[in-house]
Design a protein around this ligand. Structure first.
Ligand code: AP5
Length: 228
C-alpha cells in the first residue's frame, strides 16, 4: 500500500492504539462529526458472540483470555461488514488491523474496490493509564454510547445521557488480568503496524493522554487534512 491520493474514493481512516486508548470513544465522535461509519471489530465480534454464530463461538474464549482472535475470522467479519452499502460513505476502522496479516488483507480488499487508506492514526498513550481507563468503563446497552465512572460519567447516575436508557453494561474482558494480556498482545502483534504505516507514508500520531474533547479536536483536524 501507499498513502497517495485518495480523493476520488470514500475515505478510509484507521485508529491504532492499545486497549483503553480511546479508539471507540473517538471513533464515535468522528462518526458524528465527519459522517463516516465506525467499524469496530471488537463490537462485531461481541455481536457474533451474543448471536452464537460459529465465528462468535470460536472467538468467545479467546476474547475472554485477552488474546487476539484468528486473522481468518476477523478478516472475514470485516470483509462482510465493509461490503455493506453504508460503508460507501467512508469508514473509521477501530481495532482493525491488529496484525501484519490483517494490514495486508486490508490493503488487498481496498485495492479491489479502488480505495486506499487516507491515514492510520496512532493514539499515543502510556500503559500506566490503561487499567484505570478500562476498569471504569461502562456502555449504554441500548445505543452503545461509552462512559467512564470518573472520566466520563453520565449526568444522571445509571441513565444514558444520549438516549435515556437505564440498560448499562460492562464488558467481561474489562478486568485487570485480561487488560495485562491485551496490552501484551498489543505490543507484540499490533504496535509493529505503526512502522508499517509510517513506511507507507500514511501514519499520523495524536497524543491521547489529555482530556477527551481536546483529543477529539486534534483528531478531527487530522481527519480533515487527510480527507481534503
Ligand atoms: P476491542 O473491543 O477492540 O478492545 P480493545 O482494543 O482492547 O480496545 P478497547 O475497546 O478496550 O479500548 P478503546 O481504545 O476503544 O477505548 P475506549 O474508547 O472504550 O477488542 C476486544 C477483543 O476483541 C480483543 O482483545 C480481541 O480478542 C478481539 N479483537 C478485536 N479486534 C480484533 C482484531 N482486529 N484481531 C484480532 N482480535 C480482535 O475508552 C476506554 C475507557 O476510557 C472508556 O471508559 C472511556 O470513557 C475512557 N476514556 C477514553 N478516552 C479517555 C481520555 N482521553 N481520558 C480519560 N478517559 C478516557
Amino acid at each position: 500500500m501507499d498513502g497517495t491520493d485518495t480523493k476520488a474514493a470514500a475515505p478510509v481512516l484507521i485508529l491504532l492504539g492499545p486497549p483503553g486508548a480511546g479508539k471507540g470513544t473517538q471513533a464515535r465522535m468522528l462518526q458524528e462529526r465527519h459522517g463516516l461509519v465506525q467499524l469496530s471489530t471488537g463490537d462485531l465480534l461481541r455481536a457474533a458472540v451474543t448471536a452464537g454464530t460459529e465465528a462468535g463461538n470460536r472467538a468467545r474464549a479467546v476474547m475472554d483470555a485477552g488474546a487476539l482472535v484468528s486473522d481468518e475470522i476477523v478478516i472475514a467479519i470485516l470483509r462482510d461488514r465493509l461490503a455493506e452499502p453504508d460503508c460507501a460513505r467512508g469508514v473509521i476502522l477501530d481495532g482493525f488491523p491488529r496484525t501484519p496479516v490483517q494490514a495486508e488483507a486490508l490493503d488487498a480488499l481496498l485495492a479491489d474496490s479502488g480505495q486506499r487508506i487516507n491515514a492510520a492514526i496512532s493514539l499515543d498513550v502510556e500503559d500506566s493509564a490503561m487499567v484505570d481507563r478500562i476498569s471504569g468503563r461502562f456502555t449504554c446497552g441500548a445505543c452503545g454510547e461509552g462512559y467512564h465512572d470518573t472520566f466520563k460519567p453520565t449526568a444522571k447516575p445509571g441513565t444514558c445521557d444520549k438516549c435515556g436508557s437505564t440498560e448499562i453494561t460492562r464488558r467481561s474482558d474489562d478486568n485487570a488480568a485480561t487488560v495485562a494480556q491485551r496490552l501484551q498482545a498489543y505490543h507484540a502483534q499490533t504496535a509493529p503496524l505503526i512502522a508499517y504505516y509510517e513506511r507507507a507514508g500514511a501514519l499520523a500520531r495524536v497524543d491521547a493522554m489529555g482530556p477527551i474533547e481536546e483529543i477529539a479536536a486534534e483528531l478531527s483536524a487530522t481527519v480533515t487534512r487527510a480527507t481534503a
